[in-house]
Structures are given as C-alpha cells and as structure tokens.
Design a protein around this ligand. Structure first.
Ligand SMILES: *[C@@H]1O[C@H](CO)[C@@H](O)[C@H](O)[C@H]1NC(C)=O
Ligand SMILES: *[C@@H]1O[C@H](CO)[C@@H](O)[C@H](O)[C@H]1NC(C)=O
Ligand SMILES: *[C@@H]1O[C@H](CO)[C@@H](O)[C@H](O)[C@H]1NC(C)=O
Ligand SMILES: *[C@@H]1O[C@H](CO)[C@@H](O)[C@H](O)[C@H]1NC(C)=O
Ligand SMILES: *[C@@H]1O[C@H](CO)[C@@H](O)[C@H](O)[C@H]1NC(C)=O
Ligand SMILES: *[C@@H]1O[C@H](CO)[C@@H](O)[C@H](O)[C@H]1NC(C)=O
Length: 935
C-alpha cells in the first residue's frame, strides 16, 4: 500500500504542476514584477531627486574670449543645490549667537515681574533688547565680566573680513540647518545682529564678505543687549522655566539669549555654568540644531574674563567656525525601508488567497471527491497539496528575496539570510496550514477570493497604521503586543518591521542588519514572533487536518474515538443473528431477488469466481438526526455481476442508488455486509480495488483549466499507467469517445459543451482498463446524437468488464443493460433482463383515449365491456388511461369498439400500446412504495 501511495504522490504532483503551470508562472512572476516596479519607482524617485535643481549647481563662466567654461560647485548653487556639492574646503563663518525672535524676547509680564525687564510696549515698536541673565557668588565680579562681554571693539578692520567681524558679539534670529556648510544667517535677507549695551542712532552698516568663494553683501545691525543680575541660579531657573514657550504659544513667551552663573569665580579662578537653549529645531529634522551657536556664548564669557584680568586689548580670538569637508552626494531615498513592512506584508500575505482559492476550487468543483473516487486518499491528498503549495510559496519567496537582493534592497542584503530563511519558511507554512483550515469554511471560490484579498489588504493596513503605532509606543505593555501577534498577519508584520529597523539602522551606521545574536536584544520582537508562528503552525496544521476530516469527509467530530468502538461492536456481532434477520426479510422479497441472493450465497462458498462484483447483504443506515428515526439508505442488497455484463439500476430519486455507488467506490463505509470487487473486500482492500475501478460521477467533475488529454493523463497515472502505455491508452480513449479529432483533446475542458464533458467523464472512468466501472446517469442532459455516441462507447466498453449504471432513461436501460434491477427505498424490487421484466410485469395493454370530459363515463363503459378486469390508471380532463389484461383482450375487439364509439361521440385521440419498460418501472416503484407505506 505504501508503494502505491508513493506512486500517487509522484504522479499527482506532476499532474498538479502541469495543471497549474500558467497560474504558477503568473504567481512567481508577481514578486519579480513587484520588484521591477519597485526599481522603476525607485529610479523615478531618484530621477525626481536628481533634477538640476537638486544637483550641485553649475554655471557657464565667460572666460573672456567669448568662450564659456562650465564650472560646478557650491558657489554656483542655490541653497538646496549646495547640499549635494562636494565641499573640499568648507567656508568659514564668524561664530554667531542664537537670538530669540523679536516677538518672543523677554519682557515684563504678570508672571515674571522683575523691574529690570523691558516694558511690553517694545514689542510693538520692534525694539525689544535681547536679555542675558547673570548670577554668581560675587556680584561685583560677575557684573564686570558681563559688562566686558558686550563691549564694542575699538575699531573694525574692514580689510580683514570676515574674521574681524568676530570681535563683535554677533547673533542671528535665523535658525541653523542640519548641515552648516552654508550658514543660513548669511544667506537670508535679514541683517546679522551685533549686540551692544546701547545702540548708536545710525547703527546699520553693510560689509562685503568673501565666504568661501561666494561673495556676499551682508547688512550688519546693532541690537541692544542687557545683562541682568539675579540673586541666585534658582531664580534664573525659575524665570527661564516660566518663560518657556509651551502649550499655547501665545501664553508663555519670554526667551533669553543665555544665562551665566559665575559661581565662585574670582581673580584666580574662572568657574562658570551657562544656560543655553538647544531645542531650536528645524521642522524637517529632528536633531537639535542650536548647538552650533553655543560655542560663541562660552567664548564670550572667557574672553570677557580675560579682559577683566589683562585689560581690553587682551582677547581669545574665536574667528570662525566651519563644517567638516565632504564629498559630493546625491539625494537618495531608500525605498524599501520607507515602504518597509507594509509593502512586504502585502507581498507575502497575497499567497494566502492563492492557496485558499485553489483549495476551495477543488472543493467547489468536487474534484477532491473525484480524485478520491479514483483512489487518491485523504492522507496522500493532503501531503501532495501541502507539498505543492509549499513548493509554490517557497519558490515565490525565493524569487522575491533573490530579486530584492539583486536590485540591492537593503532590507534583504543587510539582514542575515539564515534568519530571513527561517522566518519566511515558518511563516509560509503557517499561512498554508491556515488556508487549509479556512478553506473548510468556504464552498464558493468567489467568496473565498473576496475574503482572502480583503484579509490581505486589511492585514497590511491594520499592521501599518494600528499595530505599528503600538509597536513604536514604548509604554505599550509587551504582553499586549504578544497578544496581538497571535494574529498571524501581525506576527508577520512584526517580523518584517524588525528586519526593516535593523536594515535601516545598519544602513545608517554602516553595519550589518539583524544577526542571530541580535535575537537577544530586549527590543527585538523577532524571538517571540518565531516562537509564536512555529507553535501556531503545528497547532493550526493539526486542527486543519481534523476539521477537514470532519467537514469534507463527513466524519463525526469525535471520529478518532468512534472508530475504536465500531471495531469492537462489529467483532462481537454473531453471524447467526444476521442470517436469521435476512430470512425474515427474504419472505417478503420477490422471487428473482431471492434467487439473486441465493446465487450470491452460492458464489461466496466457491473459492474462485468469474464474477467481478458480488454484493453480500450490503446495508447502509444513516443514524437518526434531530429526533428523526434512522434512515435506511440501502437494505440488505445482494447482487452478483459477471464480467462483461452491464447492470442497470433504475429507481426513483432518493431510492439509495447513489448511496450504493458511494459504498462501492469507498466514499462511505457500509453499515453491515460487504461487497467483493474482483475478489477484494471493499471494507479492507479499497486501495487495491481503486486500480481496477472507474467512476463516471453524476456531475462532470473536471478542472476547467485542464485539457481533455491532461485529465486522461492524470487519471491514467492514478491507475498506474506509465510512459508509452499511458500515451497509447490516452489516445485510444480519446478516439473512442470521439474527442480526438480537430484538436478538441487539447482544448480546455472549461470550453467543452455539455456532451463533450460527459464523454470525457466516461472516458476518464474507462481509462486504465478498469475491470469494474460505475456510471451515475452517464447520459443526462445530452442531445440524442451525443447520447448515441456515448452509448456506443459504453456498449464497446462493456465487452470485458462489469458496468453498473444508474439511469432514469428507460431507453438507455434497454439499449445498454443486460440486466436491470429496480431499486426502491433501499432494496431491489426485481432483477432481470429487460425482456423478462416486460413479460413479467407487462401482462396487459395500455389503452388511452381522449374525449371531451362529458363522455368520460361512456369511455369507461366501453373499456369495461372490452375487458371486465381492466383498471383505470390515469385520468385528466378527458384523457384516460386503462390497463387491459392481455388474456382477456383481443386487439380486433378494441378496434371495433373504438369505431363504434367514434360514431356516437367525438374521439379526439386514442391509442393502444404494449407495456413499455417505463410502465414496468412505474408499476414496480408504485407497488413497492405502497407496500412500504403499509408496513
Ligand atoms: C568680590 O570681588 C571683589 C573684587 O575681586 C573683591 O574685592 C570683594 O571682596 C569680593 N566680595 C566678596 C564678598 O568676596
Ligand atoms: C587689517 O587687516 C589686514 C589683513 O589682515 C592687516 O594687514 C592690517 O594690518 C589690519 N589693519 C589694522 C589697522 O589692524
Ligand atoms: C536680591 O538681593 C537684594 C540684596 O540682598 C535684595 O534687595 C533683593 O530684594 C533681592 N531680590 C529678590 C528678587 O529676591
Ligand atoms: C528654546 O527654543 C525653542 C525653539 O525655538 C522655543 O520654543 C523655546 O521657547 C525656547 N526656550 C527658551 C527658554 O527660550
Ligand atoms: C565650580 O563650581 C561648582 C558649583 O558651585 C563647584 O562644585 C566646583 O567645585 C567649582 N570648581 C572649582 C574649581 O572651584
Ligand atoms: C528648515 O529648513 C528648510 C530648508 O532646509 C527651510 O525652508 C525652513 O524654513 C526651515 N525651518 C525653520 C523653522 O527654520
């Protein structure tokens, strides 16, 4: 058995892969296309960023002789362009102080009521002074040092620009940028301020500066500065705190330039602490930018202290500040870390609906049952499908990661590939198991697709906009995150998020991304995620298999307990009891059925038999549900079928024909009794029976995307056909059902007409030369021509095999079947060949006459005269049908009587017919039902 299953696995996998080759290619192309799209977008973004307005500026410089020389560099750039220029010799600037803007400068208010602060009215005139606060242990010393800080230099050397400008206490209200290659103060239209205790009336002047190689005409303006004494550092602290711009910006705005605490400074010791405001930020950057303007405030104090000791000519020159040199850069944006987890979540989760719809498709089109009928058991089906989807998913992920790495996405290249492999591998396994589990909830591909894709987008969006919010909130409890990660989409998101964080930091710091040792980082959620998804994978997988057994195989939810009980009870059942039971039943049965039973009993005693099918007291009882009594679908059925015979099963709907066939093909187990197919017991040897059995189900169970030939190849392989034998069998089979010519065999079965599908189904049931074939209403819904073609196929096929065929068409039964059995309410009512049956049940003619309804009685009398034992079987608005026993009726009498009648009243139509099989069927069925109602 193990070997046959192995063959199935191999065969089915290859058929599977063939069947979906286009879908697979599409699927695997998807990440590639996405990556190409990423690259395209990336290059678009790069292009956009690489516009001349973002590139280091160039200009055409006239060299004098009318020729033009192209020169590039920071001097030809706008402020934005300058960022990208190579800067080998960064320009030098005079150091500046950060000044509060006019409207925020400290003034006297209700909450800061020092008398030395300027009046609020200065804000209206725009003449507010900038404030420095000072304190220290010795007020005399502190105030003299502070006085020196703002002293005006005796003269300014205009030929030594910009360095001599540094002798002033320069400041600016403009804010710095995150690089200081171009000091914003010199490139804004505002003047640069120098701070003086008192400003002369005409204090603004202009200087021309050579900053680096850029010539700038810069206005310099005087601004009044006050240094105000405070009794202690805690007072200063309090004042700064109260003036802080917080909450409503209109409320608390009282900014100062800096505050100095001279501590225990004296002639021998310089000890100072300085308050400065480092919170100046540019909206576009997060790091504090004010720091570049701090050094000047330190230098001011030390310079002033030195002058106090050595006189006004002494100075510690602080001539310029400049940035570090840098190479030329390009404005770039790492797209993968920007889109990061959200984008990749979508890419990976989109496999889910793919797997889900494939599973639901097989369920909706009942292909799984079809495969089961041809011997593909639950276990192998699962293993094959799982392995198949795993292979698809793995290939998909592999392509994705390789491609992403090739195009250089840091997300992939920086993180350790083994961690990525483990993470993706476990996750796709979890995702496939989940799809198997969820597939049980759907019976419709469309619903499954919609729900699947809703989940894809929902997971990504919820992850990106809700879950990430919690992830980045450091105060959110870890247990809460873990609880959320129990949802597989979020654990995926978390994993990708960690990858992107490590990749981003790695790219920023120039190091690697996540490595195995990083799993121990306290903030790294990857360890928990790996544990969660591994455990979930195993749990979901077991649960999915269990649910599948319950839902699609129709087992009871406690099947693993039941199986055990059943074995016990059946082994305790005494054979003698069963025999007795059957005797009681026998008495009510018809002679031919009894005869069949005796034949079966006889055959069972013989060791070898030429009979292909022997059913021995087969019985199926469905347990009562919701208080209803048990339902007997098949009652003690005994039947023997030699090879070469076609047995037709007739019976009204719900008679148990399908239950019988389902038992024979192993879809359901018989409650009692058994059947032998080619000497093999259906209870124990189903796996071997499958190789010599064919089924044509009532509805065509076909893959719409597979061609007729592929179907036959697939099922041929299930029947252990290989190589040349398989090809030949398929060709012959196609020819026999007339699907060979005109390329029909290589058209997708979805495009077949109903008749072609039916013929293909029949061909499938016959492929591999099965010894036993079951056909469930093979010609339903066919036009007469197709039906005839089909009949020919079946007639040819029945030569060397046993066929059991159910049908509602009496014509078909008469044409094809050597013997018929009429099946009513779970048991055979009669068995015999069509002629026998007609003779046995049809000892009468059927006489029909249509008149106007007032003459009905006359017709009745007429018939009674013809044959006193006649019975009326049908009457509706003037049309009446009678049965006339043959032995009392002479046909010539009938004609005469009709002629007489015609002279008396109008006969619209009349007819006399021998019994048809249909009449037999109706009679038997009705008789049996009446009996059942009585009993
Ligand atoms: C403060 O410093 C001055 C000058 O150095 C000195 O004369 C005076 O004694 C000092 N005052 C105190 C309280 O130490
Ligand atoms: C002004 O600066 C120039 C260049 O550094 C120098 O040669 C000149 O002596 C300076 N003049 C004075 C008055 O200091
Ligand atoms: C600061 O100290 C001086 C002298 O000790 C005192 O007159 C003044 O009131 C003090 N100022 C404050 C705000 O406490
Ligand atoms: C420090 O600078 C920030 C940013 O300009 C400003 O909002 C805040 O009010 C300043 N604080 C003080 C005490 O000046
Ligand atoms: C400077 O002042 C601080 C704070 O008052 C003090 O702790 C420190 O000892 C002083 N340093 C010297 C060298 O006196
Ligand atoms: C921040 O810098 C940009 C240019 O990089 C500038 O346009 C913007 O005005 C600055 N913001 C502030 C608040 O200074």
């Amino acid at each position: 058995m193990a070997t046959t299953e192995n063959i199935y696995i191999h065969n089915d996998a290859s058929a599977n892969s063939k069947r979906n080759i286009k879908t697979n290619i599409r699927l695997i192309l998807f990440p590639l296309i996405l990556c190409v799209l990423l690259v395209l977008i990336q290059s678009l973004v790069n292009n956009e960023l690489d516009k001349p307005s973002n590139r280091c500026g160039c200009t055409c410089v006239d060299t004098g002789n009318g020729q033009c020389e192209r020169r590039c560099g920071i001097e030809y750039s706008t402020l934005t362009q300058a960022f990208t220029c190579p800067i080998t010799h960064p320009p030098e600037w005079p150091p500046l102080l950060q000044l509060p803007e006019q409207q925020y400068r400290a003034v006297r208010t209700d909450y800061i009521s020092y008398g030395d602060l300027p009046d609020e009215s200065c804000k209206r005139t725009g003449s507010c002074p900038v404030i420095m606060l000072i304190t220290g242990n010795n007020q005399t010393i502190a105030q003299s040092v502070a006085g020196n800080m703002l002293a005006r230099p005796s003269s300014i050397n205009f030929s030594d620009m910009p360095y001599s400008l540094a002798d002033y206490a320069l400041g600016s209200e403009t804010k710095t940028r995150n690089t200081n290659f171009l000091e914003a103060a010199f490139f804004s239209n505002r003047p640069v301020d120098y701070i003086q205790p008192q400003c002369p009336s005409n204090s603004q002047f202009s200087v021309s500066l050579e900053l680096g190689s850029v010539a700038v005409q810069q206005d310099v303006r005087c601004v009044r500065g006050l240094h105000l004494w405070r009794n202690s550092s805690s007072e200063i602290n309090d004042e700064i705190y109260k003036g802080y711009r917080k909450g409503n910006p209109e409320e608390r705005i009282n900014e100062i330039v800096a505050a100095y605490d001279f501590l225990n400074t004296n002639e021998n010791l310089f000890n100072v602490s300085i308050w400065y405001n480092a919170t100046y930020k540019n909206d576009t950057g997060n790091q504090p930018l004010g720091l570049t303007r701090v050094p000047r405030s330190v230098n001011l104090a030390s310079n002033a202290y030195l002058q106090l000791l050595l006189g006004p000519s002494a100075r510690i020159a602080f001539e310029f500040v400049k940035e570090m040199p840098k190479p030329g850069t390009k404005l770039t944006l790492d797209f993968s870390s920007l889109l990061g987890p959200l984008f990749f979540t979508w890419v990976i989760v989109q496999l889910f609906p793919v797997v889900l719809t494939a599973l639901v498709y097989e369920k909706e089109h009942r292909l799984r049952i079809m495969m089961k009928m041809h011997g593909l058991g639950d276990g192998p089906y699962w293993m094959i499908s799982y392995a198949y989807f795993l292979a698809i998913s793995s290939t998909y992920m592999l392509c994705f990661v390789i491609f992403g790495s090739v195009i250089g996405l840091k997300f992939f290249t920086l993180n350790d590939y083994t961690i990525q492999f483990v993470f993706y591998f476990i996750y796709i396994n979890l995702q496939i198991s989940l799809a198997f589990l969820v597939a049980d909830l759907f019976s419709n591909v469309k619903t499954a697709t919609v729900v699947g894709y809703l989940m894809v987008f929902g997971t990504g969006l919820l992850g990106g906009f809700l879950f990430q919010f919690f992830l980045q909130d450091a105060s959110f409890p870890k247990a809460g995150l873990i609880a959320m990660e129990l949802f597989p989409g979020f654990s995926l998101y978390r994993g990708l998020f960690e990858f992107s964080q490590y990749a981003f930091n790695g790219a920023y710091m120039g190091t690697n991304g996540m490595e195995w040792k990083d799993l121990n980082d306290s903030n790294n959620g990857m360890k928990e995620v790996l544990i969660i998804i591994s455990v979930e994978w195993l749990v979901v997988l077991c649960f999915a298999y269990y649910a599948d057994q319950v839902v699609s195989s129709g087992k009871s939810p406690l099947f693993f307990l039941r199986r055990h009980q059943k074995k016990l009870s059946s082994s305790f059942r005494k054979p003698s009891l069963r025999r007795q039971g059957s005797k009681v039943f026998v008495e009510m049965e018809k002679a031919d059925v009894v005869q069949e039973r005796e034949k079966v009993e006889q055959l069972l005693l013989e060791s070898s038999t030429s009979h292909s099918i022997i059913c021995d007291n087969l019985k199926k009882i469905y347990p009562g549900k919701d208080g209803n009594p048990e339902k007997f679908a098949v009652r003690e059925l005994s039947l023997a079928l030699p090879s070469g015979e076609c047995f037709g099963m007739l019976g009204p709907n719900g008679a148990g024909k399908t239950s019988f066939i389902n038992m024979m093909i192993g879809l359901i187990k018989p409650s009692f009794g058994t059947a032998y197919v080619e000497g093999l017991d259906i209870r124990t040897d189903m796996d071997r029976i499958y190789t010599s059995m064919g089924v044509c189900p009532q509805h065509d169970l076909l893959w719409e995307t597979l061609t007729g030939r592929e179907h036959l190849l697939f099922y041929g392989r299930l029947k252990n056909l290989k190589g040349a034998a398989l090809t030949q069998a398929v060709e012959e089979s196609l020819k026999s059902v007339n699907l060979f010519h005109g390329g029909v065999a290589d058209k997708k079965s979805g495009k077949y007409s109903g008749g072609m599908k039916r013929r293909l189904s029949v061909a499938i049931s016959l492929i591999g030369d099965p010894k036993v074939v079951y056909m469930d209403e093979p010609s339903t819904g066919l036009d007469p021509a197709s039906r005839n073609m089909l009949w020919n196929v079946v007639r040819r096929a029945k030569q060397d095999r046993a066929i059991i065929l159910t049908t509602h068409s009496m014509e078909e039964a008469e044409h094809l079947c050597d013997r018929l059995g009429i099946f009513v309410d779970g048991s055979l009512q009669c068995v015999g060949n069509p002629k026998e049956l007609k003779a046995r049940y049809g000892g009468s003619y059927v006489f029909t006459m249509t008149t106007s309804s007032n003459h009905e009685e006359e017709v009745e009398n007429l018939v009674r005269n013809l044959s006193p034992n006649s019975t009326k079987i049908y009457q509706i608005s003037g049309t009446q049908k009678f049965e006339l026993p043959k032995h009392e009726t002479r046909i010539s009498d009938v004609f005469q009587a009709v002629d007489n009648a015609k002279s008396r009243f109008t006969v619209q139509a009349w007819g006399l017919a021998d019994t048809t099989l249909e009449d037999v069927f109706i009679k038997v069925a009705r008789g049996a039902q009446a009996f059942n109602v009585l009993s």
